[in-house]
Design a protein around this ligand. Structure first.
Ligand SMILES: O=C(O)CCC(=O)C(=O)O
Ligand SMILES: [Fe+2]
Length: 369
């Protein structure tokens, strides 16, 4: 199949009418070979269904590399000692209030487990297609699945990436239920995410001026979804995006990125690079923590442009509230002069609105004022 023949990058009169997007997407989806499969088949042009409208694409005149902003890097070394802890908690508070994102070093997750995790994601995507397609699915009930864009069939412009996701919503995954290529790495890395999430819950609680066990007690940050991305090198990166601008519908996200770089965050109307730091993990505040903290901590919009160099690999661990819990602004923050900004909701309701807004923050829908 030739994905490029009917595509072209210029719109000619009548072209829009003749273009059958659904057919092109269906043919692509049926290959189960992902964007990687396109690249392997030798495409030199980005197929039309992956082309984003110019207003969603990075402005080449505004290079994030030229901004003077720097995403905070926080060293967690010694966080158990009380005077170091005060400094760290203060840095986390400032970063969460002003950036909604920071990088962490000396966080306790062994660099070897991080490197192995990235290698395993690469191995999964680069194994023979026959093995990989056994996992191809968009069925939400399936805990492990590989796919290109969860919303491929409904989105207006697909993103230049393939993913494998692991859903821990219903509890730990049986080792045998994981693909061989990443079995050991995922199970080891996930244990570290559970440990790290405990530390982060404590530090964030203190950064909010609450008791150390506050966020753990309200069950608002449980590692639940592990989403690993594979961004192949792109022949025309200025036409598509790896991941389009969005904020995460989680409470918190812990992201591991490889050394290629590409993650960018929107800070004071500037796109700022999150430079790869070997051994670092990126933490970003999600919409639900913004809701719970009544806007004290802010979620952050971020994106990943497509790049000529690849594959780029990343692995995002999403910490979510318990589905059984009602979420609303923390009572301790509320007063006559600081009324609740949001109404209470459940994660399922929030996630449904986030999806209906094509991945944009749905917080405005829950505003009371
Ligand atoms: O690949 C990345 O660096 C970011 C991925 C991301 O933002 C997400 O999965 O929500
Ligand atoms: Fe994200």
């Amino acid at each position: 199949m030739d994905f490029t023949s009917s595509v072209g990058n210029k719109l000619v009169p009548g072209d829009e009418l003749g273009y059958d997007r659904a057919k092109e997407v269906k043919e692509f989806d049926e290959t189960k070979a992902g964007v990687k499969g396109l690249v392997d088949s030798g495409v030199t042009k980005v197929p039309r269904f992956l082309i984003h409208p110019p207003e969603s694409l990075p402005n080449p005149m505004l290079s994030p590399a030229t901004t003077h902003f720097q995403v905070p890097v926080i060293d967690l070394q010694g966080f158990e000692q009380s005077c170091r802890r005060m400094e760290i908690v203060d840095q986390i508070r400032k970063a969460s209030e002003t950036w909604g994102i920071f990088q962490m070093i000396n966080h306790g997750v062994p660099v070897s487990a991080m490197d192995k995790m990235l290698e395993a994601v690469q191995q999964f995507h680069e194994q023979p297609k026959e093995e990989k397609i056994k996992w191809y699915s968009r069925d939400l009930k399936q805990p492990v699945k590989y796919y290109t864009n969860m919303n491929l069939l409904v989105s207006k412009a697909a993103s230049w990436r393939d993913s494998i996701s692991f859903d821990f919503k219903y509890g730990p995954l049986n080792l045998a239920a994981l693909p061989l290529a990443c079995r050991e790495s995922v199970s080891e890395y996930w244990k570290h995410m559970i440990e790290l999430s405990k530390t982060l819950k404590e530090l964030l609680s203190e950064a909010l001026g609450l008791s150390t066990d506050y966020l753990a007690n309200i069950e608002c940050m449980k590692p639940e979804l592990f989403l690993c991305h594979y961004y192949p090198a792109c022949p025309e990166p200025y036409l598509t995006l790896g991941t389009k601008k969005h904020s995460d519908p989680s409470s918190l996200t812990i992201l591991l990125q490889d050394n290629i770089g590409g993650l960018q965050v929107l800070h004071q109307d500037n796109w700022v690079n999150v430079p790869p730091v070997h051994g670092a993990l990126v933490v970003n505040i999600g919409d639900l923590l913004q809701l719970i903290t009544n806007d004290k901590f802010r979620s952050v919009e971020h994106r990943v442009p497509a790049g000529r160099i690849g594959p780029r690999i990343s692995a995002a661990c999403f910490l979510n509230p318990s589905p059984a819990r009602k979420l609303g602004p923390i009572k301790e923050f509320l007063s006559d002069s600081n009324p609740p900004i949001y109404r209470e909701t459940h994660i399922s309701e929030y996630a449904a609105h986030h999806t209906s807004k094509a991945g944009n923050s749905a917080l405005s829908h829950f505003k009371l004022l």
